[in-house]
Design a protein around this ligand. Sequence first.
Ligand SMILES: *Cc1c(COP(=O)(O)O)cnc(C)c1O
Length: 465
Amino acid sequence: MKFPSEPFKIKVVEPIRRTTREERDRLLRDAGYNVFQVPAESVYVDLLTDSGTSAMSDRQWAGMMMGDESYAGSRNYYHLEETVRSIFGYKHVIPTHQGRMAENLLFSTIVKPGMCVPNNIHFDTTRANVEHQHAEALDLVIKNAYDPHCDFPFKGNMDLNRLEETIHRVGRERIPLAMITITNNSGGGQPVSMENIRQTRALLNRYGIPLFFDACRFAENCFFIKEREPGYANTPMLTIARELFSYGDGCTMSAKKDGLVNIGGFLSLNDDRWAQQITNMLILVEGFPTYGGLAGRDLEAMAQGLREVLDEEYLRFRIGQVRYLGELLDQAGIPILKPIGGHAVYLNAREFLPHIPQSKFPGQALAVALYRDYGIRAVEIGTLMFGKQDPATGETLHPELEMVRLAIPRRVYTNMQVTYVAESIIDLYQKRELIHGLALTYEAPILRHFTARFTELQKSQPVTV
Ligand SMILES: *Cc1c(COP(=O)(O)O)cnc(C)c1O
């Protein structure tokens, strides 16, 4: 079989509205050509993010009815604690309302000004939380992670030589911990191999540096290990996850991804002293340690989601659906980032729209065209998100990769809807020379992609393909 069909049937449906091209054209003008500003109800297939957009199972919904809303000692907390310990194996389980709060609590406790945190690639909130402590966030992924045509199976791997050089250069005492992001979201959802994790652990052990995982997509990473790494083909998912986490001292987690819930997260770790300090801070900013900013029912849904996400049938469907979309596009000659990652397909906007220079936002122009012509919402990951001013010359520095990410929500869209997305993009590719660049009319000083506004450049401007 080409790809696995859905391992579930649908019990509840939510209608989605079809809009006309004229309506979407008007909405885009009102939104300043920023798809973040378009109301979700006017989107047909929403691939903006896989975060917090999962469909919950009947068991998760049943669990929500079993919410114990006691202020202290809710039974749902004990279910979560038991589940997290059984998968991740760390001693302390600290619930938070989402992943960035787990990051904030961890870094505000152990990272001091002037320190460095190495990671394969920091996710944007992770980087922001490290930098908020006046510390440096270092991305040390292997070099071929930045080559969109290289199909190495573990492009999320840590570059061990650069990690060791970094330790020598900055000194062990300035590195309070190292992190590995599984899968590597900012690098295209690419997995990290068990061997690389084992070697990272061994290297860090020589210097006594703790290792934490950014575990948001841990189940997807474990599935890639099973599929691609020698020796794991017959290993159960839970065994792979346990081995992986055994090489770390703790993890931060956004359960909005592989927790299969719409809100929730946690921090889990072994160190008693850090856990105590973090718990004190948790009480100040989130709530009592057995609910951490969530309702009891949310804790129960998260515990159940964590058990479901390691189901191999589910993961085969999940990874298979993303791959199916990527392969349909690849076979039609659409430029995409390879290999196809765990949670998203990335269009290579520079190759898709070679007639639009990076200064005219080809990624954003592609996202705008996808919405206007087909009602599909995707997100630009390129000049708009990562373009920076050169402090010396004032010129804009463009990022190496100009991408449009099609993130697939978990268990939400059918394979037929995914086929619609592929056919739409193939159709758009045929008439790509009709797409025009954009010019910024407003940008906020930080995280400008959420609120930026544009005008469309005139159609009369010369266009060549
Ligand atoms: C989403 C995400 C986070 C932050 O989690 P939130 O729940 O959005 O706060 C951190 N790291 C990675 C890799 C993520 O994908």
